[in-house]
Design a protein around this ligand. Sequence first.
Ligand code: ADP
Ligand code: MG
Length: 243
Amino acid sequence: MSEKVKVINLVKTFGDNEVLKGINLTVNNNEVVVIIGPSGSGKSTLLRTLNKLEEPTSGSIIIDNVDIANKNADINTVRKNIGMVFQHFNLFNNLTVGENIMLAPVELKIEDKKAASDQAKRLLETVGLSEKFDARVQSLSGGQQQRVAIARALAMNPDIMLFDEPTSALDPEMVGDVLQVMKNLAKNGMTMIVVTHEMGFAKEVADRVVFVDDGQILEQGTPDQIFEHPKNERLRDFLNKIL
Ligand code: ADP
Ligand code: MG
């Protein structure tokens, strides 16, 4: 097992609010790590820091042996290799589905338009939306928009995918299709860090589940260890509330 991401003593403060209080976390290649924890515990901040959407206050984030917490780290290289999917899909409503997916690779001159469009069509197929290339974003359901957002993230050929509560804003009947796309990604070996309240997904797909509370990792283990044999009192409380 080779290390893909190694977070060492990561601290993030906003003003005098210490949101991440020394996170240590290793994610191996091809591993699926699910992060659970109460609202406001710092889960989104952790993901956003991994993607350099937030500057870490202190600590290291080593990805492929490069410390991206270092101010000199090239932010574009970091972002290129890490795809992120948000709760609110953040698609461009004034563009078509295909244009959304093609945007980054074309703007960053990674692909010409033809190659980007071919790839967008391929990706739409993998998320079950092959007929939607020319559709307006607003004509899609929330679940379809989220699958487009996943395709858009994949268009940069990332080797890590971060998901921040990707199904939380969806109507219940849309959730399954999005989770299925994520399961397929996992099966194909994508390294994934997923913040979710979908415990069924965590049990089925996660190699490891990490419980974050108040800016700290209080427990981590296999889904069986976390869900069937939780040790930490606050984890047990949390599970009682959500299960
Ligand atoms: P979670 O995703 O677990 O619900 P967050 O990471 O969103 O938690 O938030 C953790 C804490 O950090 C909250 O108290 C939140 O108010 C604070 N926080 C998050 N982002 C910012 C920001 N950009 N500026 C100030 N405070 C923030
Ligand atoms: Mg959050």
